[in-house]
Every structure is written in structure tokens, then in C-alpha cells.
Design a protein around this ligand. Structure first.
Ligand SMILES: *Cc1c(COP(=O)(O)O)cnc(C)c1O
Length: 429
């Protein structure tokens, strides 16, 4: 015997969280509907996955560690939701240095760095509060926060100062509802690496306004020769910092989904609730991949320095290659990165009167030259495009060549001259 139904028809709709969650990159890229030039092989300088082209692969020590982990049959079961103790210990050791001693109880293993960021944002910010994120910046912070009804405010980075934070702007954005500041160093999309003094200034502001920091340091140690990576936690004694990192970028294994949070709270100012909250939130996905946890001690202890050095040297030589070709192109201004895997290029749209925006520029570049770069708008920053520099060097060279031909064809000066003289001249100005 069934009771009369309180519903008269099917009406299954998405929740508010589902509706409010969206990735700005997706919506911008999906609006680019043009087809690449069928006569030219597509070169995607848009994909932030270093494994795409097979030129960058993890070292054999790392692969063997995972093989051993599977073969041992020890990691088939559930782990504690924050991770196996020996895996957390390995992360604590890996993340300790002469300035910071990390304890395994301060480590929470997550499903990639994105999940680490998700937990940190969720534990610190309530609906109606706000978090501050960099502009230009990685879009996932917005995706994660807005889904939860947390407002996102941006603070500016200054291209003319190597993408340092505009500290006055940062201060201005902080209000009584600011739950956290997200700092991304080294930066995606800028490839910038903060100087020690700059980090100290940032920490002063956080301390003055009593705002905790979420440090997205997924590119930690990925800095070019002559630069130094300073973690936020290594320079702070008072600001509570939740540092997020993982294997993804430095070990070239994004698909393995292994990241972590390290709780740095030397003055014990975080309520016990925060630690407890992170633990509870980690139970939503019942912990991270146990096979990779089983391999973590070997991965973090046995990866030879030469592997890291080789990757850095490749990225450094690629960025010099791209910089040196693009700096010669009229209307474009590349900004040489100091680390990570990206380079931002300023597009002087006044030089290209046919295009009204960076989106139109990259769209036509794809249509005519089959080269695809992400428009700056994906990172909240107009008149730029982001190049990924992990692609093989011959492809990168070819891409730069095509970008040059494209720019010369559409530059108002060259376009005029080429019409008059009947040939495309390589006019530089
Ligand atoms: C790639 C990336 C991440 C996410 O890394 P996963 O471990 O794949 O989740 C986080 N932050 C930034 C800035 C990134 O570029």
C-alpha cells in the first residue's frame, strides 16, 4: 500500500553547489569555437600537464617505487583518511629544512594539490565570507570557493615588478569577512618566484590583519638557476599557514593524484577545531590513493637530484628559447619566468586593430596557425596569453615561428607596408 505521492512528476534538478561550481577556463575555452588550420599540425601551448608530449617523464626510481608498492600487497586496503603514518612521515621529512621542522601529525595527504586546496578553503571560510586570490591566478581557487558560496576577491600582481603582489592592493582587499589569503608561489600562470623580502612583506600584512594564509606551493623548488625558492612557512613565526603541495608537478605525475597539506601553526593560534575540521573533511573522500602512499617514502627519499636538475634545465632552456623568439615579435612582450612551467606574454592590442581582446587574438592564432595558447582572461588578466613551456623544444620553436608570422601579418604597421610593397616584410620596431 503506497501513500499518495507528494510529487506529481519528475523534477530532478542540480543542487546549488553544483550550479555555482564552474571553471572559468572551461567556459572561456568552450566559447572558442573556431577550427585549427587543417594544413598545419596543432601545437597546444595551453595544456598545463607536463606529461602530454612524452618528453618529460618521472625517473625510474619513482616508477619502481610504485611497482614495489603494488607488488607488496600491503596497500590494497583503506588507510586512515589523513594517510598512512609512514607516508605522512616521509612528507614531513621531505618538507623539513633548517628553518622548519614538520611533524607527521601536521601532514594530511590528499587527492592531489587541488583537493588539499579544497580542504583548506572549506575549513577556513564560511558561506558569506571571502578569500583573497591573486590576479592573474589559477582558476581553481574560484571554482572551489564559489561553489561553497564563499566570495572571491582578487589582489593584483604587478607585471612590471616580476609579478610581485601589489601590497597596497592586497591590504585594501582585506576586510572583516576575509577568511584567508591564497598565495601561489612559484606562480601559475606567471612563472614568477617571490623574493625573500617580498614574502616577509606579505607575512607582515597577514600578521597585522590576523588573516591566515593558504600557500599553494605545488611548484616548490621548481626555480631556474640563480633563483631561490623560499616557502612562506620557512619565513614566518607567527602567521598560521596551511601549505599545499604534492607530487604532481615536480615529479611529473599529475594523474597519480597525490598532494598534501602541511599545517604550520607555531604559535598555536589555530583553534583545535581547524585541525579537527581538516581531519573530518578528509573523511569525505576516505583518504587518498594508498598505492601512491605506499610508494611515497621511496619517491621522496630516492629520487636523484639529477632528475630535478634535468627537468629544471629543460624548462629553463625552453623559456629562454621562447623568450628570445617572442621578444623580437612586434606587438608582443614576453615576461621571462623564474620558475614553474609557464610564460606570460603581453599582447599590445593597439598593434593588432583587428582584435578586440586576448580571446580574439588566440582564437585567430588557432584558426590560422594551429597554435593554441590560453588567453589571459582565463586567469582574470586581459591582454595576455599564457604559454606552457613543457612542450618539446622543436615544437616550441615551430610555435614561436608561427606566432611571429601571425603577428607580422596582423600588425598594423607591417600589414600596411606589406600591402604597399606587395610582400610581407619583417619590420621590427
Ligand atoms: C597544477 C596546479 C595545482 C593542482 O595540482 P593537482 O595536484 O593536480 O591537483 C594546484 N595549483 C596550481 C597553481 C597548479 O598549477
Amino acid at each position: 500500500m503506497l501513500m499518495p505521492s507528494f510529487r506529481k512528476h519528475w523534477n530532478v534538478c542540480a543542487s546549488d553547489i553544483a550550479r555555482k561550481t564552474h571553471n572559468p577556463i572551461r567556459s572561456i575555452v568552450e566559447n572558442i569555437v573556431v577550427e585549427p588550420n587543417p594544413n598545419k599540425k596543432v601545437i597546444a601551448l595551453s595544456i598545463g600537464d607536463p606529461t602530454t608530449f612524452g618528453n618529460l617523464i618521472p625517473p625510474k626510481e619513482v616508477v619502481e617505487a610504485v611497482q614495489d608498492s603494488v607488488a607488496s600487497q600491503l596497500y590494497n586496503g583503506y588507510a586512515p583518511s589523513t594517510g598512512h603514518e609512514m607516508a605522512r612521515e616521509a612528507v614531513a621529512e621531505y618538507s623539513s629544512n633548517e628553518f622548519v621542522k614538520v611533524n607527521s601529525k601536521d601532514v594530511i595527504l590528499c587527492s592531489g594539490c587541488s583537493c588539499a586546496l579544497d580542504l583548506c578553503i572549506t575549513v577556513l571560510a564560511r558561506e558569506g565570507q571571502n578569500i583573497l586570490i591573486p590576479r592573474p591566478g589559477f582558476s581553481i581557487y574560484r571554482t572551489l570557493a564559489e561553489g561553497l558560496g564563499i566570495t572571491v576577491k582578487t589582489y593584483n600582481l604587478c607585471p612590471e615588478l616580476g609579478w610581485e603582489i601589489d601590497l597596497d592592493d592586497l591590504k585594501e582587499q582585506i576586510d572583516e569577512s576575509t577568511a584567508a589569503i591564497i598565495i601561489n608561489n612559484p606562480s601559475n600562470p606567471c612563472g614568477s618566484v617571490f623574493r625573500r623580502d617580498h614574502i616577509l612583506d606579505i607575512l607582515d600584512i597577514a600578521a597585522h590583519y590576523y588573516v591566515p594564509i593558504i600557500a599553494d606551493e605545488i611548484y616548490e623548488h621548481m626555480v631556474f638557476p640563480g633563483r631561490t625558492f623560499h616557502s612562506l612557512a620557512s619565513l614566518s613565526t607567527e602567521v598560521p599557514i596551511l601549505s599545499c603541495s604534492g607530487l604532481t608537478k615536480r615529479f611529473l605525475v599529475p594523474g597519480w593524484r597525490m598532494g598534501w597539506i602541511i599545517i604550520h601553526d607555531r604559535q598555536n593560534v589555530l583553534e583545535a577545531e581547524i585541525r579537527k575540521g581538516l581531519q573530518c573533511l578528509s573523511q569525505r573522500i576516505i583518504g587518498s590513493n594508498t598505492i601512491i602512499q605506499g610508494a611515497l617514502p621511496k619517491i621522496l627519499r630516492n629520487t636523484p637530484q639529477k632528475f630535478f636538475d634535468d627537468v629544471i634545465n629543460t624548462l629553463y632552456s625552453h623559456s629562454k628559447l621562447a623568450y628570445n623568439s617572442i621578444i623580437k615579435i612586434p606587438g608582443l612582450k614576453p615576461i621571462m619566468p623564474d620558475g614553474a612551467m609557464y610564460m606570460m606574454v603581453y599582447i599590445d592590442l593597439q598593434c593588432f586593430p583587428e582584435f578586440n581582446s586576448d580571446v580574439e587574438f588566440v582564437q585567430r592564432l588557432l584558426m590560422e596557425e594551429s597554435v593554441f595558447c590560453l588567453p589571459g582572461q582565463c586567469f582574470g588578466c586581459h591582454s595576455y596569453m599564457r604559454l606552457v613551456i613543457t612542450v618539446p623544444s622543436d615544437m616550441l620553436e615551430e610555435a614561436c615561428q608561427r606566432i611571429q608570422e601571425f603577428c607580422e601579418r596582423h600588425h598594423y604597421k607591417t600589414a600596411k607596408i606589406s600591402r604597399k610593397n606587395g610582400f610581407v616584410n619583417k619590420i621590427l620596431y
